[in-house]
Design a protein around this ligand. Sequence first.
Ligand code: NDP
Length: 295
Amino acid sequence: MSAIILDGKKLAESVRAEVREGVSKFVAEHGRAPGLEVVLVGEDPASQVYTRNKEKASLEVGIRGKLHSLPADTSEAALLELLGRLNADDTVDGILVQLPLPKHISEQKVLDLVLPAKDVDGFHPVNAGLLASGRPGLVPCTPRGCMKLIASSGTKLLGLRAVVVGRSNIVGKPIAQLLLAEHATVTIAHSRTKDLPALCREADVLIAAVGKAEMIRGDWVKEGAIVIDVGINRVDLPPNSAPDAKKTKLVGDVAFDEAKARAGAITPVPGGVGPMTIACLLENTLLAASARLAR
Ligand code: NDP
């Protein structure tokens, strides 16, 4: 059996198209576009790419995206002051602070300051609490994207066994909450879990959010399972003398070729969860803008 490949790029395009339509209606109704402010501190190359992509993707759907690129030595007080201003600005609907932050800035203080109504990343404790209580709020983008990918496979989660490998606040825990809300029976695994391969083999739905290249092998996957690979890991390629040869490539947390032979459906890396994260950020911005103006 060979798995269905869940095409995140294609699905993300359809989400963006819906957001574009929603944004046009929003503009017609309110006379302004939803506003998303993305804040980057420092020069981490991956974060620079992510934040530029977020700004660009916003503009493409008609959202007024703005990137604030601050130097690495920006003080915590200066960052908090900027966030205070964005919180108070009525034309700003969504605020996103790119993580990780430089060591001298408290991530917790920063995330706690963003108004829950503008917290399009869904990382504020109020939004995390609303999700855990099954109440409406802003839900983190990557987990939302994972749920849309699962839905696109036509799977009904009710009663299925789901295993989430990874328990971070931004990926593992919120995905587990969303799966639970759809009536899956959910286990969260982490670095201290015993006999992880055996646990994974029980999963009808296996979510990998670890950050370890190809850690989850093909024989950890149950026949016919849905495998969602959140991991993004850059690995070195074997040396090649060709002058234009690539030196690195991106792989997920799942050994894709092995897992594909057993899974019913699987997401590729790249082109799976990654594009869905940005599409869901755009969706969250529109949702935040609409909810704020409906108050
Ligand atoms: P974190 O580092 O915050 O969390 C990793 C989790 O994996 C932890 O809970 C850790 O356990 C667990 N873990 C680590 N090693 C093992 C192991 N050997 N066995 C079992 N569990 C293990 O990562 P994130 O949640 O932020 O991200 C996970 C991955 O997803 C990364 O590759 C990241 O780049 C990617 N990512 C992709 C996104 C996308 O848009 N596609 C968005 C966000 C993240 P413990 O808690 O015990 O330490």
